[in-house]
Design a protein around this ligand. Structure first.
Ligand code: AMP
Length: 374
């Protein structure tokens, strides 16, 4: 590894995006004696905790160039970094994770094709560019199915359930007539995610697989460990490592998966279907701040600095809940709960659907409990 690829304490990390993920990355960097410079079009929670902040559009090359002068490496807290911005930055500083991860994960069609080429199962899907294309996809995959825009979807935005008897022109208009994919509906038993990290030299470490519940398309609760067999958990982590290696990945990667009953083989078996890759730290990994030796944020900072990865060992049974909108108003009550760890993102307005903070509760591991005769 070339010396200039690794950072030293005191060096500055550039972060594109100013939300809560950027904020928690900046805080983890500070703990390790690193400084951060956040660049974003809007001032957000990350601005409050960074040594430097630039509020400017992603296509302002003068401001971007000045930002890059101050940093040794650039990372991002969201996958929709415009391609031109990513190219401008990559020509001047190392970007981690790199261009391949961004290009593949920004587009659901490219992402699913990439996964299938790696031999990793996804929901069945078909490309949809227009209404006749949607009709063809519906007759190929059957309904119900989900129409999703290829780009810029998050928290359920840019997707619509296609039901029997639906008027397909209305459905296609409803998602803005954007290039899309139609996905077969997966009858899942549960949803899980793997938060893994790949270092500069290809080393890989993952946290225990966690289980996710959504409400109104937004993550509401994450528990760890996920209620899956040890073999399924190993497979989930192995898949994530394979995906990271194929993307030449550096940093934390999140892979969201469905757990489905395997009706093909023995009864009671389960299998995994990958839903989505996020080339970044993830809401379902927030529990690692309090529930693991190294948090996902510290792990990401270590990886992009070319530093050794930390231990991913879990401290106990985890229950992380997002505080959405007015739920954050219970902060005073939560502060009084002895096993609850409260995180607030410093957002001023508790708008409905807005992620304001999260609370993690840690309980003793059941096995350890029994060993101790409790
Ligand atoms: P996504 O934006 O693709 O992560 O989807 C958001 C949520 O919608 C997922 O976490 C699932 O709960 C649900 N979902 C997405 N795609 C499918 C699918 N093909 N089958 C069943 N549920 C899905």
């Amino acid at each position: 590894m070339a010396k200039h690829d690794t950072l030293q304490p005191g060096d500055m990390i550039g972060i594109l995006g100013s939300g809560q993920l950027g904020r928690m990355l900046a805080m983890a960097a500070a703990q390790l004696g690193l400084r951060t410079h956040v660049y974003a079009p809007d001032s957000g929670p990350a601005f409050d905790v960074s040594a430097q902040a630039t509020q400017a559009p992603y296509d302002d090359e003068t401001r971007l160039a000045a930002f890059l002068e101050t940093v040794s490496v650039v990372t991002y807290e969201f996958e929709n970094v415009p391609a031109a911005t990513a190219a401008f930055v990559a020509a001047r500083r190392p970007v981690r994770p790199g261009a391949k991860a961004l290009a593949i994960t920004q587009d659901r069609l490219t992402e699913k094709t990439f996964l299938n080429e790696l031999g990793i199962p996804t929901a069945p899907f078909a490309q949809v560019d227009d209404v006749p294309g949607l009709a063809a996809a519906v007759s190929g995959l059957g309904i119900p199915a989900i129409l999703k825009t290829r780009r810029f979807g998050y928290d359920g935005k840019g997707q619509i359930l296609v039901q029997a008897g639906a008027d397909l022109s209305t459905v296609f208009e409803a998602i803005g007539a954007h290039p899309s994919i139609l996905e077969g509906l997966v009858r899942f038993r549960s949803e899980v995610s793997v938060i893994g990290a790949r270092g500069l030299e290809g080393e890989f470490a993952a946290f225990d697989v966690c289980e996710n519940e959504h409400a109104n398309h937004i993550l509401s609760r994450t528990t760890a460990p996920a209620r899956i067999s040890p073999a399924t958990a190993r497979e989930a982590i192995e898949m994530t490592g394979r995906i990271a290696a194929a993307l030449d990945y550096v940093g934390v990667i999140t892979v969201e998966m469905f757990v489905v009953d395997d009706t093909r083989g023995d009864t009671g078996r389960e299998r995994l279907v990958v839903n989505e890759i996020a080339p970044r730290v993830h809401n379902s990994g927030h529990w690692t701040l309090d529930g693991a030796f190294t948090s996902q944020f510290e792990q990401h900072v270590r990886a992009i600095c070319g530093w050794p990865l930390g231990s991913t060992q879990r401290h106990g049974r985890i229950d992380m809940r997002n505080l959405i909108g007015a739920e954050a108003l219970s902060w005073r009550h939560l502060l009084g709960e002895p096993t609850a760890r409260l995180h607030l993102y410093g957002k001023h307005e508790a708008r409905p659907g807005r992620k304001m903070g999260h609370v993690t509760r840690i309980l003793p591991d059941r096995e350890k409990h029994r060993e101790n005769g409790d």
